[in-house]
Design a binder for this molecule. Structure first.
Ligand code: FES
Length: 164
């Protein structure tokens, strides 16, 4: 049996996908955002080395790529978890205690905002108003919305995802 590094194989596979995405759009002007979108689907986020490769192949400055990545909130330079937790820090949620809810997530998961747990199960982010102020304070986990939360609710919610 040959020893094959699954991590290397996976990253080679991703690198190949990245090359074909770039090749598909290389000759289309204004395609940077589309390339970044598809690259993020492959990697789950946009690490610097991926941005560097895109800049090189599209023959544009890395600063331009980084500028776009940091401008649009849908792009992330940090890895995301299988379950993406977003704590709304808009005014209504903040006033109703979003900060305490956020603190509880940070303590329970031992990660800070913008980080991901080591097992890549959870990532934690703060976001702007998601338009559900009547349910403040609001947290989303992937497509699920949790409203009127208190810090005491956090354990039950996370326990549910831990079991999945
Ligand atoms: S401020 Fe949180 S949903 Fe509007």
């Amino acid at each position: 049996m040959t020893d094959k590094c699954t991590v290397c194989a996976e990253s080679q596979e991703k690198a190949k996908e990245l090359q074909s995405i770039i090749a598909k759009y290389k000759d289309t002007r204004g395609s940077l955002i589309q390339v970044l979108h598809e690259a993020q689907e492959v990697y789950g986020y946009l690490p610097l080395e991926v941005q560097r490769e895109i800049a090189k192949q599209l023959e544009i400055p890395l600063a331009e790529v980084y500028g776009v990545v940091s401008f649009y909130t849908q792009f992330s330079i940090n890895p995301k978890g299988k379950y993406k937790i977003n704590v709304c820090m808009g005014t209504a949620c903040y006033v109703k205690g979003a900060n305490e809810v956020l603190d509880k997530f940070r303590t329970r998961l031992s990660i800070d905002v913008g980080e991901c747990t080591e097992d890549r199960k959870f990532s934690l982010d703060a976001c702007r108003c998601i338009g559900a102020c009547g349910l403040a304070p609001v947290v989303t986990i992937n497509d699920e919305v949790y409203g009127k939360l208190t810090p005491d609710d956090v354990d039950d919610i996370l326990d549910k995802y831990e079991e999945l």
